[in-house]
Design a protein around this ligand. Structure first.
Ligand code: SF4
Length: 206
């Protein structure tokens, strides 16, 4: 029988990516006993279940306050730190807006976007394709991080001290350029090498 795979996340709050007990209870009951539930490295659960029951299950998961995204060649939901400095200082509202703007978009290859609320960067943004670090009242943007393979690499500083009103347009612009010019299955780090960071800076300039 056909199966369908999709991603589930509770989103994030002060404290990190936290499932409520009742959300896990709903998840455990609506996906069916033969479903596979995978813990990914990017703070989403991947659920693979019988396709014919998936729409009903997805509706119940959303009713329980969970967010659902496509699995595979899409941007992932924002991978954040735990906002230990508090919602205001760590930029929770900006992170939520960024998540809404970037999660679940079709891309040439899966794209991970990280966010950390201060320079300690405990959300590991430099290991993401795009990493945002809040620096007091502005944001540093790193690109090209890649935690996979023996050629794993840290992201490099792409733009420094980006003002809040430019953050979403810049990150959306990077994704758009990747959507328009990336080759199928091309990793974002390879894409940057091919098109150059300078071209990307011009593409997202305000
Ligand atoms: S990056 Fe900063 S604000 Fe976020 S959890 Fe780490 S120390 Fe706290």
């Amino acid at each position: 029988m056909a199966t369908l795979k999709f991603a589930v996340t509770p989103g994030f709050e002060v404290g990190g990516t936290m499932f409520k007990p009742e959300q896990l209870a709903v998840l455990g009951t609506v996906v069916g006993s033969d479903a596979r539930i995978e813990m990914t490295t990017f703070k989403q659960l991947y659920v693979e279940m019988q396709e014919e029951q998936a729409e009903e299950a997805k509706a119940k998961l959303q009713q329980a306050g969970l967010a659902l995204y496509p699995a595979g060649m899409y941007t992932k939901s924002l991978i954040t730190c735990n906002f230990c400095k508090g919602a205001a200082e760590a930029g929770m509202s900006t992170a939520k807006a960024l998540d809404e703007a970037v999660a679940g978009l079709a891309a040439p290859s899966p794209l991970k976007i990280g966010y950390s609320g201060c320079a300690l960067a405990t959300g590991e943004p430099l290991l993401k394709d795009i990493g945002v670090v809040k620096m007091r009242d502005a944001y540093d943007i790193y690109i090209g991080g890649d935690a996979k393979s023996l050629k794993a690499a840290l992201g490099f500083l792409f733009l420094e001290r980006v003002p809040e009103e430019r953050l979403l347009p810049v990150v959306r612009g990077l994704i758009q350029y990747f959507q328009d010019h990336g080759k199928k299955k091309e990793k974002f780090s390879k894409f940057i090498e091919r098109v150059t960071a300078e071209t990307l800076r011009e593409a997202v300039a305000g």
